[in-house]
Structures are given as structure tokens and as C-alpha cells.
Design a protein. Structure first.
Length: 120
């Protein structure tokens, strides 16, 4: 499916409740994409990631490149959320973000072991 899908769509909510690796795309000053792997949550009309204030994607957003995309992939299923980003670094907003992530982790279960530690 392509186009606008409302955040209240049951399939979208279910997919974003599952644990999947996401890519987060920001734009460098020259307009080229910078893509990193992140974990994300989608709640209401807000997608969240937790990040270091020194990361390149945070610098891009703070430098005015606020157009972003978060893409979650599971084999042939995928969902991309596009929009504008805001960096919040007040203690209250950081605590709110961490709380949201903790709730997501509790729903999804423990983090799977790293690839390097999985048995063949």
C-alpha cells in the first residue's frame, strides 16, 4: 500500500507494536541522506527514537534539516513514517521518552540476543 495511512489503522498499530529494527533517515546540509539503525515507537501521531545529543542525525535536525523518515521492516512487510523532527532535551521530555520506550520494551518482551552470540 502506498499513500497516507492514518495512525489509527489497526494493521499499522499492530506492526509498530511488534519489535523490529528501523532505519532513521535525516538529511545532511548538502541534501544527501544519512541513514542509521534505531529502535522506534509510534504512539498516537508521534514517532519517537532515543538518541545521543552528539549523534549526526541530531546535529542535522538542529541545523535545520528537519525532514525525516523512519522505516520499520519485517521481510516483505514495511512501513515508513515521514514528517518533521524536533529534538527534545529537557529533563521532562527525556524522562517521557524513556518511559515510552520502557513501556514498548515491556510489551514486546526482552531484546533478542545479538547476531554474534546466536548459535548456528
Amino acid at each position: 500500500m502506498s499513500g497516507i495511512v492514518v495512525f489509527s489503522h489497526p494493521g499499522l498499530i499492530d506492526f509498530w507494536t511488534e519489535r523490529h529494527l528501523c532505519t532513521f533517515t535525516t538529511l545532511r546540509r548538502d541534501g544527501s541522506p544519512h541513514v542509521v539503525a534505531v529502535g522506534a515507537t509510534l504512539l498516537g501521531d508521534t514517532a519517537r527514537i532515543i538518541s545521543s545529543s552528539t549523534s549526526a542525525h541530531v546535529r542535522h535536525i538542529r541545523n535545520g534539516q528537519t525532514r525525516v523518515a523512519i522505516c520499520q521492516v519485517d521481510g516483505p512487510r514495511w512501513s515508513t513514517v515521514e514528517g518533521t523532527a524536533t529534538v527534545f532535551d529537557s529533563p521532562e521530555k527525556v524522562a517521557e521518552g524513556k518511559s515510552c520506550m520502557r513501556r514498548a520494551i515491556a510489551r514486546r518482551g526482552p531484546t533478542p540476543p545479538a547476531w554474534s552470540s546466536r548459535s548456528a
